[in-house]
Design a protein around this ligand. Sequence first.
Ligand code: GAP
Length: 495
Amino acid sequence: MEKNKNAKSFIDLAKRRGFFWQSSEIYGGTSGMFDYGPLGLLLKRKLINKWREFFVKQEDNVYEIETSLIQPEKVFDASGHLKSFIDPVTQCKKCNSIFRADTLIQEKTKKFVEGKEPEELTKIIKENNIKCPKCKGELSKVKVFNLMLKTFLSPTEEEIAYLRPETAQGIFVNFKRILVATRAKLPFGVAQVGSSFRNEISPRQFIIRLRAFNQMEVEWFVNPKEINKHPRFKEVENIKIRILTREAQKENGKEITLTTKEAVKKGIVPNQYLAYFLARETQFFQSIGLPFESIRFRHMLPEETPHYSKGNFDLEIKFDFGWKETVGNAYRTDYDLKSHMKKSGVDLTLRLDDETKIIPHIIEPSFGIERPIYGILLYCYRDGKKRGWEWFAFPPNIAPYSAGVFPLVNKDGLQEKAKEIFKLLKKHFDVFYDDSGSIGRRYARADEIGTPFGITIDYDTMEKNTVTLRHRDTTKQDRVKIEDLVKIIYQLIHS
Ligand code: GAP
């Protein structure tokens, strides 16, 4: 990665070119909510496609579903979110501002306090004389605040419901239906892509901590007796992964690099299933432009591990502001199915071939969408020193547009020919047409939004049916036949 002089220039560029903007901006904007503009939406779609290719299509039996964004209170009573999906908050007694207590303490003392009880956090605030960051007022006792966004389903407001805080619960409550409809046999996965909502106390860092965001989750249902026998582990056993162990977090904070096979053998990762996904995620993030050193898996400490998990190895990306979780990898065991079975009274067991009934265990790789996008923008950003303009070096398979089409001049039939080629390419790829300004300016604008290929129509095109194909990364140009263009671009995108 070229070093960014101004750490946030990649965000400025993305905003200027219309990747995203704040939601309801004309009314002053709403914190924690962003809207995707044309380029951001294309990038998001490409990311989802790439994720589907890796985690759905390349697996043997993953079923995709799409469930309701709103679910009744009973679902979250059973899942434990009503009781445990909480953050500690403290309020300024003078200006009434509310802060997330653990984050505030961490910022002031540099100590890791996530997962500590409210009483303990109150004590730390007192002992360290932490005051309101806004007005220096005294802070209240720490209380807990549920992160789910509540709504009501009836005009009398009797029926309470919540916007889902994860897509996963939609999968668990449909487990029986999915089993019957697909006749799936263990191990199998159920995937879901969609929005989730959390009433974050202090949304921050652009698209990193949002109140409305998107997730790509797969719940893998596994026979607990076979949790250490992933059928395709051999394919990834020599893939290197970087792990920050619990011990290292207390000692030197340094990651270790080892193969997934070694990680399982040494007991660093508890089972083959989790290790398999750590390897696949390492491959995935490299394929979308993030260097190996920019990702690591942190074994969450017991006190911060989510209520449903027996152990989390979260993929963290090294962002410009520090390391941050981007994929949660949880061993959810039979926690969710068991709780829903108990509360709903519906049998959620599965019959094995030998007729025994079991509740499968769940391994869950849970991706956010906005954090990977932030990572892609950060690591693909190139400053303007060499070229005279800033640009994004997106890998061709996730670039919003695959190509731009440019007539060299706007006369002698070149525009008409360029539009013909644009129409041809549009059938296969996301492409744009641009005939305004000098060709140099048009290349610069295409680079700025990370377009990997530029197709220029010139006088030779009219005579020989060839165009120039400009490669964004090298700025080199090839002469290619129009009849070969689709095939060549396809190969370049998928190479
Ligand atoms: N089903 C498990 C689950 O939701 P999580 O670790 O809470 O696990 C998974 O969330 C991913 O969703 C995170 O790694 C992150 O990428 C994304 N995510 C969670 N909360 C978010 C927020 N407030 N804003 C943006 N992305 C968020």
